[in-house]
Design a protein around this ligand. Structure first.
Ligand SMILES: N[C@@H](CCC(=O)N[C@@H](CS)C(=O)NCC(=O)O)C(=O)O
Length: 223
């Protein structure tokens, strides 16, 4: 029995859960996954029992509780420094951390306008000016990162999918769902991430989930 427990929301909708789950995969730990379906009866009370912020993902490891996605990655990087959660080289690692922090703290317009719903396709909808500005910044950030560090593979830091890629994986999912116009290099990155085996595993699990959040099924809901 694993001594790591990762609490997550529905895989279809819970973008932050995905990041925490990918951190566990990259770290190579064996962990028990416990799903608290968001918006189902009693979900908030259930989350508050395991996470003081009332949010998921939350990782429990013995007496340690870590309830922020970025902090989960940092905790696992300390426990498993060899796993490649961050790049090994200092400059690359600094860059991976800064673009991960930029994702963690930003792109609110994109996240509000084009929410994550892995099972649906809403092409062409919700191209608000703010979302398009966030998308342009993300495409630029991916381009600069790959130009500086991406040689030798399709991911932001080349061959290995690391936590910076994990931070942008739910953005990739949004691009697959909402199909905003993207430059060719961003499209190539989207395809590489979408084909990554852990990404496929999560999407297959999402497709099999029984829960639906009605609000997130309507692409024309009020902004
Ligand atoms: N800053 C947090 C964000 C976590 C978050 O917002 N999680 C959402 C699910 S994707 C949640 O728990 N929502 C519960 C709610 O809305 O009540 C992190 O990085 O982990």
């Amino acid at each position: 029995m694993s001594d790591f427990i990762l609490y997550i929301g529905n895989k279809t909708y819970s973008s932050w859960s995905w990041r925490g789950w990918l951190a566990c995969k990259i770290a190579g730990i064996s962990f028990v996954e416990k799903t608290i379906p968001l918006q189902e009866a009693g979900f908030k009370e259930a989350i508050l029992k395991i996470s003081p912020s009332g949010r998921v993902p939350t990782l429990h490891h013995g007496r340690v509780a870590v309830w922020e996605s970025l902090a989960i990655a940092e905790y696992l990087a300390e426990l498993r420094p060899e796993a490649g959660i961050w790049p090994a080289e200092t400059t690359a690692r600094a860059h991976a951390r800064v673009i991960s922090a930029e994702m963690h703290a930003g792109f609110a317009e994109l996240r509000t306008a084009m929410w994550m719903n892995i099972r649906r396709r809403f092409p062409g909808k919700r191209r608000t000016p703010g979302a398009l500005a966030d998308i342009a910044r993300i495409a630029e950030l991916w381009r600069e990162t790959r130009a500086a560090f991406g040689q030798g593979g399709p991911f932001l830091f080349g061959r290995r999918f690391n936590f910076a890629d994990a931070m942008y994986t739910p953005v990739v999912a949004r691009f697959v769902t909402w199909e905003p116009e993207l430059p060719a290099d961003a499209k190539a990155y989207v395809e590489a991430v979408w084909a990554q085996p852990w990404v496929r595993e999560w999407c297959a699990d999402a497709a099999a989930e029984p829960w639906t959040i009605a609000r997130d099924e309507d692409p024309d809901r009020p902004h």
